[in-house]
Design a protein around this ligand. Structure first.
Ligand SMILES: *Cc1c(COP(=O)(O)O)cnc(C)c1O
Length: 410
């Protein structure tokens, strides 16, 4: 078993990798995605700033995730695999991979965090409609899952646990199954850069260039996909675009995590990576932006943050939903709760421009729509949601279990 995202293309020493024709053929179903100027939001905020959003919710499953699911399925098929195993939180990644596997005639096994499996049936149904098998994680189909269920039959699961289970499953199915990765790893971020590359061309057509680019941030695919092409211009052409990664205060990997070697999964089967982490045993509070509840962070995004090339900010849950509804009221689209973190920060930036009178160009990534997350909006509208502050004690405890790494100086 190998980490599937580690494709030939990803290990290439070339700076640019051609998108294979069969992948482009699928992308054409919804790409290019629109870059939209939020004129009605600008007016509502009474800001001199120009606000643009790149909208990935037009993909068939409603998020940016198929940008990497499709090439992963393509490369796996090329190498003779018959299926893919993966993990999913609320099901955004799982539904993207289920669709991609269907397109390339592969079996798809998805380990879905149990609370979501029980409480959010619609994405499970979508995955099954594409022909995928969906297991609630922890499940009784892996050794690790059985161990956790024996300890606690009502175990709610987590992304870290589902990661261990999907890895177990892929390994036990032999070389025929490959592991699919929805975020975190370099190849995923590289596949997602199609977003920022398109945005660069669209800004050229618009005759503007962003002063600041904002995305939500859970494990790194939003930051990588939208902002790396702009960072490339910063590094090679002397541009000065600020990049801001926005995370939830309940799971603040970049702003509060430690930059250290850690495991990517709770079962400690993943290779260790140097990244910003809250500890692989940290169970984040059950906020509604499920896609951002991950203890670790892309090593690439972590390194850029450590070097001061990008900024990060954490925003609380309630202010995030408030921004989402303000955006929906102006532009019509109800954002995914994850994407709403970027909306919050973009609105805050636009309000600062109002104070200072600056006509900045603000771009943010709207990574998906919230049509499968209506229960979250229901809870917000019924005032059932609360803010979670940084869970300091839980993080400190998890941090005590960082792996010991010996660095050998030459
Ligand atoms: C998965 C997901 C995210 C989180 O992705 P990162 O890799 O953490 O950037 C954000 N928004 C949507 C709509 C998602 O599906």
């Amino acid at each position: 078993m190998e980490l599937r995202a580690d494709t030939a293309a990803a290990t290439s020493t070339e700076r640019w990798v051609e998108i294979p024709e069969p992948v482009l053929d699928v992308y054409k179903l919804w790409r290019p995605t629109p870059l939209i100027r939020a004129r009605r939001l600008e007016k509502q905020l009474d800001t001199p700033a120009h606000i643009y959003y790149k909208y990935e919710g037009v993909s068939p499953v409603g998020s940016h995730k198929p940008n990497t699911a499709v090439p992963e399925a393509f490369y796996v098929k090329e190498e003779g695999a018959t299926g893919m195993a993966t993990l999913t939180g609320a099901g955004q990644w799982g539904s993207a991979l289920a669709m991609a596997c269907r397109f390339f005639d592969l079996e798809c096994h998805v380990y879905m965090v149990r609370v979501s499996y029980d409480q959010k049936p619609y994405r499970r149904i979508l995955m099954e409609s594409y022909g995928a098998h969906v297991f609630p994680s922890p499940s009784d189909s892996t050794e690790y899952g059985r161990k956790l269920l024996a300890e606690n039959p009502n175990h709610p699961g987590s992304l870290g646990i589902a990661a261990s289970e999907s890895m177990n499953a892929a390994a036990s199915l032999g070389g025929k199954f490959k592991l699919g990765a929805g975020s975190l790893l370099g190849p995923v971020l590289m596949h997602q850069t199609v977003i920022g590359l398109e945005a660069l061309e669209q800004f050229e057509l618009a005759g503007e260039y962003p002063d600041v680019v904002i995305t939500c941030n859970g494990a790194g695919s939003n930051v990588g996909g939208m902002t790396f092409p702009f960072l490339h211009r910063n590094f090679t052409e002397g541009k000065n675009t600020r990049v801001v990664a926005v995370e939830p205060t309940a799971c603040p990997s970049l702003t509060k995590g430690k930059y250290a070697f850690d495991y990517g999964d709770t079962g400690k089967t993943f290779p260790i990576m140097k990244m910003h982490t809250l500890g692989s045993n940290f169970l984040p509070p059950s906020i509604h932006a499920g896609g951002l509840r991950y203890h670790g962070m892309s090593p690439h995004v972590s390194a850029l943050y450590e070097h001061g090339d990008i900024e990060a900010v954490a925003v609380p849950q309630l202010a995030t939903f408030e921004a989402a509804l303000q955006f929906a009221g102006a532009e019509g689209i109800l954002p995914a709760p994850e994407s709403a973190h970027a909306v919050r920060a973009a609105i805050d930036e636009a309000l600062r421009c109002k104070e200072s009178g600056e006509t900045k160009v603000i771009a943010f990534l709207l990574s998906g729509h919230g049509h499968y997350d209506l229960a979250a909006y229901d809870a917000y509208l019924n005032k059932e949601l609360e803010d979670y502050e940084y869970p300091e004690a839980a993080v400190r405890e998890a941090m005590e279990q960082l792996p010991e790494v010996q660095v050998h100086a030459r």
